[in-house]
Design a protein around this ligand. Structure first.
Ligand SMILES: [Zn+2]
Ligand SMILES: [Zn+2]
Length: 163
């Protein structure tokens, strides 16, 4: 989606709301494509006393294997993004301003960049995921196993003493 910004920049108080779906199915995270369904993008570009800002809320379904137990897991993430749009660079501008000198904003591209920065670097089915047994490979969230856990050599002496 391309937003033409000229009339927004020229009219104090004007705004341009948007609400659409965007496919990010091509984004790859460690060899898989976790965003299988279109993401919802809602927000607005507005001119408030000459300052043009873009606010967007992006909601997406993320499905991938848990990094600990490899169970296929789906989660919903919601991100909020905000950018100042500027028509030309000047000294007062800070780093998070977005330069739109041609008065066109490729919103799809911007949302994709923003989402890419927010995606989880570690993906777990739950914070308490117990993972898999390093010896028999059982998913310990579902099953207990009888494997003897390797004993810390510093504790071994103490255990012998207790027996
Ligand atoms: Zn897990
Ligand atoms: Zn085991």
């Amino acid at each position: 989606m391309i937003i033409e910004l000229e009339s927004i920049f020229n009219n104090d108080g004007s705004s341009y709301p948007f609400d659409y779906e965007l496919s990010l199915a091509h984004i790859e995270v460690s060899g898989a494509q976790p965003i299988k369904t279109p993401v919802s993008v809602k927000g607005c570009v507005k001119n408030n006393t000459g300052i043009v800002t873009l606010d967007a809320t992006v909601k997406l379904q993320y499905s991938a294997q848990c990094d600990r137990c490899a169970e296929e897991t789906e989660k919903t993430y919601e991100y909020e993004f905000s950018h100042n749009l500027i028509a030309s660079l000047s000294n007062e501008d800070n780093d998070d301003s977005l330069l739109v000198s041609d008065m066109r904003l490729d919103l799809d591209e911007l949302i994709e960049e923003d989402v890419n920065l927010e995606l989880p670097t570690k993906f777990l089915c739950s914070e308490e995921c117990k993972g898999v047994c390093s010896m028999c490979g059982k998913n310990l969230n579902k099953d207990q196993c009888d494997c003897k856990k390797p004993i810390d050599p510093r504790l071994e002496g103490l255990l012998q003493f207790l027996e």
